[in-house]
Design a binder for this molecule. Structure first.
Ligand code: DI6
Ligand code: FE
Length: 400
């Protein structure tokens, strides 16, 4: 449906590459035509060609690119509140995982859930993100660990995009955990790789992910998954250096990964490798917070090496039951000492890079009109508020 309008009076944070900080334009005008931004700049410079369009007054508001949550596990069965209680009684995440709890318990519930039930729960979670100005979300499989359930999760992810005004980017995370009673190498060879081929054949996979950790898979095993991803022409990403230094970040960089995620235990050498490969470091303060971790990611090394940093919820039932990307931004600032400008870049332009999306994440002519309009005056307010949702309205592909 063709539509054209101008919004004027707001402050626009373009988040454009090369712009200082937020790339702010005060008292801006922004022209939308069909699903794209056509023009943005100071209202006084609006070209005459656009001046006759329908006008929306957003004086006193802030317009940013719509937010992008570039790392989630929003498709899953059940919840892990019991495990939360166990951790409060002193059990550690890794101990629970080794004792067959943790990811394995979500696997059981996800296998048992019908596709319709998984979809209903995922749609409810997508609605929460949409209500906070999110217009694109990455969704992982990884709670199936068998061919059938991995495919079921990815089909549900595609269905979310059909049912809601949100873009969904899928990641195949077959290498998430070793199923109970299996050998890790056997699982990779006989389940994980065949499931990847089957999922790719159904066009269900946008990227391939893994969990490189002592409680999951080592670099050699992840390397085999990445080799198949490469053979299929799929980009890779990795849960790396979350609980220990296991070498995942260097491996991710070696494969030119889109992102290395968590990276609390990454080193200076890892930061240099990420910079060289153009891999985004995705920071997940919700998991750090939930697990009471102490090791913060090497933010200053990422800055020094010029590594792009993204911020995401990691919304999952175990280590990060966090349904707020705005709260993730706040945590990134308070817990990791990122600046509010870095946090907003982390949920807009850098998150887009982490998902290989080239038409969103910044406000510029020709980009998709995916916008978030906030009842705030200063962009730092988005990271500063705790549990506050100042969204006024969201525009998705030009549509309000
Ligand atoms: N790291 C995480 O934070 C999630 N997966 C992963 O590899 C946690 C998944 C879970 O605990 O269910
Ligand atoms: Fe995760």
């Amino acid at each position: 449906m063709a539509q054209s309008y101008i919004t004027s009076g707001a402050t626009v944070a373009t988040m454009a590459e090369g712009a200082e900080g937020y790339g702010l334009i005060e008292d801006a005008a922004l022209a939308v035509e069909d699903d794209k931004v056509r023009w943005v700049g100071p209202a006084t410079d609006l070209p005459a060609a656009y001046s006759g369009l329908e006008r929306h007054d957003d004086t006193g508001r802030l317009i940013t690119p719509a937010l992008i949550d570039c790392h989630t596990h929003i498709i899953h069965g059940g919840n892990r509140a019991r495990e939360f209680e166990m951790r409060l009684n002193g059990a550690r995440y890794e101990e629970i995982a080794r004792a067959g709890g943790g990811i394995a318990s979500t696997v059981e519930e996800t296998r048992a859930a019908s596709e319709a039930d998984l979809l209903a729960a995922a749609l409810a979670r997508a609605d929460v993100l949409i209500s906070q100005g999110v217009a694109a979300v990455e969704v992982k499989s990884g709670y199936g660990l068998d061919v059938e359930t991995e495919l079921k999760m990815l089909r549900v992810a595609r269905a979310v995009e059909q049912r809601r005004p949100i873009r969904v980017v899928t990641s195949y995370l077959g290498a998430h955990a070793v199923p109970e009673g299996s050998d890790a190498d056997d699982y990779i060879n006989h389940v994980c790789l065949p499931a990847l081929e089957a999922a790719h054949a159904e066009n269900l996979v946008d990227a391939v992910d893994g969990f490189c950790e002592r409680i999951a898979f080592n670099t050699a095993q992840i390397g085999r998954v990445f080799d198949m991803a490469q053979a299929l022409g799929l980009p890779v990403k990795l849960h790396a250096e979350q609980l220990s230094h296991a070498g995942g970040t260097a491996l991710a960089a070696q494969y030119g990964a889109l992102s290395a995620d968590h990276v609390e235990y990454a080193t200076h050498a890892d930061a240099a490798a990420l910079a060289a490969s153009g891999t985004v470091a995705v920071l997940l303060p919700g998991a750090f917070y939930t697990l009471h971790e102490k090791q913060t990611p090497p933010i200053q090394a990422f800055r020094d090496h010029g590594v792009s940093m993204a911020v995401a919820t990691d919304w999952n039932p175990g280590s990060s039951p966090l349904g707020s990307l705005l709260l993730a931004m706040n945590m990134a600032c308070t817990l990791f000492r990122m600046t509010p400008a870095e946090a907003l870049a982390g949920t807009t332009c850098h998150a887009a890079r982490a998902l290989a999306l080239t038409d969103c994440g910044v406000i510029a002519p020709g980009m998709r009109a995916d916008l978030a309009i906030w009842d705030v005056t200063d962009p730092a307010q988005l990271s500063y508020g705790i549990g506050i949702n100042p969204l006024h309205r969201r525009i998705f592909g030009g549509h309000e």
